[in-house]
Write a protein that binds this ligand. Structure first.
Ligand SMILES: [Fe+2]
Length: 251
């Protein structure tokens, strides 16, 4: 069994026995995939008490938890977990059964091929990215707080790795090439520029990652594409599905 869901932002009650009773019939060879903004690795320092609790809690569930990264992950820490080969692609192993599916990989799970590509631009940053070592940091922060303008702080609530690098995009192209650009499912956090334009009606700007996903959309053969980021449950055209709090069975 493979289930898929959208952004969790470190709120994991949707996976308890009451909200997700299907897990009673599941084993570690069954999977739940989160389409980014997992949020379970976010705090400063190594695994806070609450993060450790939830990572161990997932390890004890009757399924293997998989996630692509979103724009709300602490990349300094996430990229500090060991990289392992898993089902044909690379993962960061947070726990033996809690795995980050890295960007640009093709995984074969239960006979189905998945192309994964996390990351996205943060949209709610009108106040900009503050640096703690900026002499004006406190003054800038105070002003933004007073005027309720959303902002982020570099390495505390924003990381430049949120957006894909050229190397990651090339690795994705290379891995897709090895599979003749044909997979069953694509799992990402943001989506292609043209799909994003349909969702946002001018609200979101395209970036190098959504443009890259546009290329993937045009070149790859796939059955369904699941993504999160835009916090809604919607079918976009016939193959692209925006997921949020629903947990959908896909295999
Ligand atoms: Fe999100």
């Amino acid at each position: 069994m493979i289930y898929i869901t959208g952004d969790t932002h470190a709120r994991f009650h949707r996976f308890n026995n009451e909200n997700f009773p299907e897990q009673k019939e599941m084993t570690k060879d069954d999977y739940v995939i989160i389409c980014g903004d997992f949020g379970g690795v976010f705090d400063v320092g190594w695994e806070s008490k609450s993060e450790k609790y939830w990572l161990d809690w997932f390890e004890e569930r009757n399924f293997t938890l998989l996630f692509v990264d979103g724009n709300h992950e602490n990349f300094d820490r996430l990229y500090g977990y060991p990289v392992k080969e898993w089902h044909g692609g690379k993962v960061h192993e947070l726990r033996p059964h809690v795995l980050h599916l890295m960007r640009g990989q093709v995984f074969e799970i239960d006979g189905k091929k998945f192309f994964t590509f996390g990351g996205a631009s943060s949209h709610d940053i009108q106040g900009g990215i503050l640096e703690v070592d900026d002499p004006q940091f406190k003054a800038k922060k105070r002003l933004l707080d007073k005027e309720w303008v959303p902002y982020r702080i570099n390495h505390l609530s924003w990381w430049e790795q949120e957006l894909a690098s050229k190397e990651e995009m090339e690795e994705g192209r290379e891995n897709l090439r090895k599979h003749d650009y044909t997979v069953d499912f694509i799992v990402t956090h943001c989506c292609s520029s043209s799909t994003q334009a349909m969702i946002g009606a001018g609200l979101y700007q395209p970036d190098r990652e959504t443009d890259y996903l546009e290329f993937i959309k045009n070149y790859a053969n796939y059955k369904k594409w699941f993504f999160g980021h835009y916090h809604d449950n919607r079918n976009i055209l016939d193959k692209e599905i925006l997921v949020y709090e629903q947990i959908i069975r896909i295999a």
